[in-house]
Design a protein around this ligand. Sequence first.
Ligand SMILES: *Cc1c(COP(=O)(O)O)cnc(C)c1O
Ligand SMILES: [Zn+2]
Length: 447
Amino acid sequence: MTKTYSAQFRCIAGCTPRFALSDVLYRCPSCGDLLEVEHDMKALSGLDGSAWKRLFAERAGQMRSPYNSGVWRKREWVAPHVRDENVVSLAEGATPLLHAGRYGQEIGVEDLWIKQCGLSHTGSFKDLGMTVLVSTVKQLVADGSKIPAIACASTGDTSAALSAYAAAAGLRSAVILPRGKITTAQLVQPLANGALVLAVDTDFDGCMQLVAELAERDGVYLANSMNSLRLEGQKTVAIEIVEQFGYQVPDWIVIPGGNLGNVSALSAGFAMLSELGLIDKLPRLCLAQAQQANPLYRSYLKNFESFEAITAGDTAASAIRIGNPVSRDKAIRGLRKHQGVVEEASESELAEAAARADRSGFFCCPHTGVALAAVEKLARRGEIGKDQRAVVISTASGLKFSEFKTQYHDGLLPGSESPKLANVPIQLPREYSKVRETVIRFLDAGD
Ligand SMILES: *Cc1c(COP(=O)(O)O)cnc(C)c1O
Ligand SMILES: [Zn+2]
């Protein structure tokens, strides 16, 4: 089956040579621009839209590897080069799409949905891309390539995904992290999986420079999102969303962004869905940034006519604390195709939005908070209409960001020192009357 389909790397600036996906290549050798994966669309269109829908639906019922993975169910569209025996999967993807009914009502978008991409093996959407990248490396090694290790710079979630998938495959991994700028849960994951963990006194952009040099000089395989294999796996989020709506396309998708690979992947997924006849319109996209790390927002205000990298400031949304996003050109191209907008959220806006959604049963990470704050702004301005359907991409599990939650509720979160929805434990002695009195007071208070 995989023989019928094929894919290759091409330069996004349009240089003509194509390269095999087995080439260890992160940028165009002629012009230095990013690469993207180009599929043989003619072969893929050998099945019509409804045949693809049927195939995806059949596989969705299977419980065994690799079709228990939301990524490998779409393997012809994603990674036709990977042979069965090299698939390294931890049953990623196939995540729930939840109706955010009560929260949506409160903010005036009743048809609001949250795509729970953080409900995944390592707790973030990074698993979707890492399964493709690590499977490719496993195949390279099986075919005789000498690859000493896979390495990445990370704001936390990429390193967790890389170390888990590398360990599952029996490959070595090394991760370079900005010291003191990631959460305990994020740090402990690569440690537990046996990665070499370097905590360096710099920010993400500094770590990125270091790892790029290691790849250049010492042949470690680079796992950052400039490696476009990852975007192929992440692309499946677009397909899953429309599948979950019975191939209805929502009006809006709102997604938080840092390095801007994920929004590029989303747009690439919709391009394939549309070209292969599974959908007949595109959603509008909103890319949401933290105000402290908002280079794309600034560029958007100038109609994307120029782009300046910035030094990102402190933000609770630590996974998107990036001042020099590698996929900015892909992201801008994608946003233009989707009548896209860019929004920003202050520390207090992102924390309050996450807390409001939590009150209706969610447990949102700060990045999801950034996207929710953007939805609230678009709704207030009437850009998301009352009858429109909107989907928020939740990028990580809130459980990885428990410090963010406890600081918010304790009134200690920088920028949110007067939290509107604080809730703290009430300390009591073991005395029935005190307990009862407190419960009665709570009930009398109404809500
Ligand atoms: C990586 C990450 C993002 C940002 O994705 P990009 O592709 O870098 O824009 C957002 N949220 C979380 C939780 C992440 O781990
Ligand atoms: Zn080029």
